[in-house]
Write a protein that binds this ligand. Sequence first.
Ligand code: NAG
Ligand code: NAG
Ligand code: NAG
Ligand code: NAG
Ligand code: NAG
Length: 775
Amino acid sequence: MRHIIHILALLISITCSTTFSINATHQPKLPPFSCGRSSTSPTRQYPFCDASLPVRERARDLISRLTLDEKISQLIHKAAAVPRLGVPYYQWWTEALHGLAALHNVETGFSFDGVVEEATIFPQVILTASSFDVDLWYQISKVIGREARAMYNEGQANGLTIWSPNINIFRDPRWGRGQETPGEDPLLTAKYAISVVRGLQGDSPEGGDLKDGHLQVSACCKHFTAYDLESWEGYERFSFNAQVTKQDMADTYQPPFKSCIEDGKASGLMCAYNLVNGVPNCADYDLLTKTARGEWGFDGYIASDCDASALIFKRQHYAKSEEEAVADVLKAGMDVNCGTHLGNFTKSAVLKGTVTVSDIDRALENLFTVRMRLGLFNGPPSGAYGRLGREDVCAPEHQELALEAARQGIVLLKNERKLLPLSDKAREGSLAVIGPNANVSKTLLGNYVGPPCTTITPLEGLMSYVEDVKFEQGSDTLNDTKRAVELARSSDHVVLVVGLNQYHEAEYIDREDLVLPWKQQNLILSVAKAAKKPVVLVLLCGGPIDVSFAKEKAKIGSILWAGYPGQAGGRALAEIIFGDYNPGGRLTMTWYPHEFITTPMIDMRMRADPSSGFPGRTYRFYRGKKVFEFGYGLSYTTYSYKIVFVSQSKFHLKASSNTSDLGYVSVPELGPRWCKKARFMVIVSVKNKGKMAGKHPVLLFFRRTQYGDGVGSPMKQLVGFHPVRTDAKGKVRVKFLVSPCEHFSSANEDGEMVIESGDANLVVGDEEHPIRLNL
Ligand SMILES: *[C@@H]1O[C@H](CO)[C@@H](O)[C@H](O)[C@H]1NC(C)=O
Ligand SMILES: *[C@@H]1O[C@H](CO)[C@@H](O)[C@H](O)[C@H]1NC(C)=O
Ligand SMILES: *[C@@H]1O[C@H](CO)[C@@H](O)[C@H](O)[C@H]1NC(C)=O
Ligand SMILES: *[C@@H]1O[C@H](CO)[C@@H](O)[C@H](O)[C@H]1NC(C)=O
Ligand SMILES: *[C@@H]1O[C@H](CO)[C@@H](O)[C@H](O)[C@H]1NC(C)=O
């Protein structure tokens, strides 16, 4: 019934054509779709309105009807309306990293000034990633896409091209946007990308099920490529020239993008600000056209990061004029410029002859094809997506999923003498909640968010478990600390909630160190010293912090890392602290010691170079001391693993020509038939030895026994991961399908994927199984 009313409302608003009042400067009085039945769409007889034709054909028909000025007006993120053809204004720039987002002072796709005033805000990506659960990632993304559609149907979205996921590798712990990514591992990031794209675009979890290519919303893999620095010692993302080796490019920076496109079938791609080896990403024909479109089969649109094309002449001095810059990006394969640059200079570029109209048409075809795949040229919204409306935003099941994601992401880093979970008796006593992050709802959310449906801070979450709760923020002045210490001394239990916020790490802001803001460390130590019993330390932050001092201190009994846990984060934390949920998250990035900051952030190398003291990056290559390692995380129970079956352990790396002297064989040389035949199965038995049921991911790694000067293979690499649920004392089996060509390979210096010979092990927890790779 609601749906019928909704459609009626929609039809009424079409005829009146004023209700779609998106508060945008460019908003004409047109419905937000083309090819409708009313007088506002006098074009239904044109082929571009004929939904039975292939979309590219429809796009070409529409383009053939546009004047040059109209064409140019489509090359920027605020694509102008073409009223004579019933084409409304379209906003390409739409953000929904972990929930629908609105940006300060910038108009983007969603507005929260109508009947929908808020949206479901999931945990920041870095926390959700810790679940290692592709199905959870898929479900979250599907919900975000549904809420976006609902906003569109309510007239509060003027774009459905969402600019996420962010799948750059979290290469350096100082990176302010590391929080937006799923972490430092290329395989994990690739899997994350695939799930998110399928969820957002309305595909099935296995992929390949987009009906007639029709999209729920469009997803965009960003930022292509090797972008992971905001600002460091005078270097800025707008002009940074990342020096990347072919080797690191092939097995670290590119794999997530390749998967996002080949397997996820993303319909959007964003080129990054920075240059790679001297070429601005948005002007790189090899990257955008040869690699993405040619090798990976990308068939969507490519957007520039905002104002990236304007930097190419003015800031990067790569082009000799604005018109050359326009030619560089259009000929490289970029289609839409976030910003105004192409709107200002494409006409003069055509007049000067640096670009042709067919260069413009090429871009427009990609752009209109995606808008058509979104159903925006099929008349009023219909079908399953057309039925979504205001009640689908912040729906109870969406909010429950936000809570579930926080529960499943939170990582238990320390739990001496089983301090956690706090007992039922503790609920009767007094609880001190102390720290600057204990009661700031904004901090829960991280960046790229809109107004949340609700928020529950850690303080509020804990107050629902304990009656006698007292709070001190503790860190601003000396007196604050004094009061916090007094409170700790007089309370039965203490939970400290500290960490970072968007002033410390964010877009534009990389950290300069890896420690807690110093007042917090003082606060923690003074409070822990005064407390009757060991305290619980909760860290809210995206990037890792060197908390060695807390790891070693007996008076700090437990440490929990909760990322930026989203709207329900405080509830999830309280459930974990009081044992209603058994934590199972695992870190997706290395926690480096503070000394790591002597490594220049601009050094893009992944592999260690002991001769120059470069320690390498991420668990795959970093050889130095770690505070916590990739994949680390505790639980209230203990798990044991046994590799019970491996269908093949010895591999003969048979090369067609003799490369044996090199100690490795290239994957193309082994050939697809060999690769297919070499696939094998590993079965791991998982036993929950404790008294509490729990969910956690089982991680399977490939680790070389000898690690040295060879071809530069990683010390260790992730092969696969499976989340499992086990009852107390329960046992389950998980099956991994391992492909040596995919999972045992890495790049050589020429950027070719190779498998190095030698002995290695499959590793799960403490359990190992030998693998032999003979030439
Ligand atoms: C549009 O936005 C402006 C400024 O934010 C506001 O004053 C105005 O009332 C809005 N108009 C509508 C129709 O919402
Ligand atoms: C394009 O022109 C507008 C209006 O003159 C101006 O505000 C804007 O800065 C220009 N953009 C670029 C990238 O030059
Ligand atoms: C916690 O923050 C909320 C606002 O977000 C405020 O209403 C409440 O009073 C705060 N609680 C305490 C104990 O300060
Ligand atoms: C700290 O507390 C003392 C005693 O209560 C008071 O006199 C002093 O003004 C306070 N200082 C600040 C900076 O609030
Ligand atoms: C194969 O190996 C032999 C002996 O190491 C060498 O003489 C020959 O040049 C190699 N052939 C090729 C095609 O590399």
